[in-house]
Design a protein around this ligand. Structure first.
Ligand code: ZN
Length: 61
């Protein structure tokens, strides 16, 4: 593995990291209750995922 011969300056490392950005989480609409929710996650509002209830809350029972 090649190793750097000289230590890179703080500004050089910082310049490279200007492209490092936090991306927005993938948001989508719940097909059951049409609330905005995170994709590939059960809906926090109705507890549905992939067409069936995953989280059964005390309110719905
Ligand atoms: Zn929902």
């Amino acid at each position: 593995m090649p190793n750097p011969k000289r230590r890179h300056s703080k500004s050089r490392g910082a310049k490279r990291r200007t492209h490092y950005k936090a991306s927005l989480p993938a948001l989508g609409e719940c097909p059951n209750c049409h609330e905005q929710k995170l994709m590939h996650r059960a809906c926090p509002n109705c507890g549905y995922y992939n067409g069936r209830a995953i989280i059964i809350s005390k309110e719905t029972k």
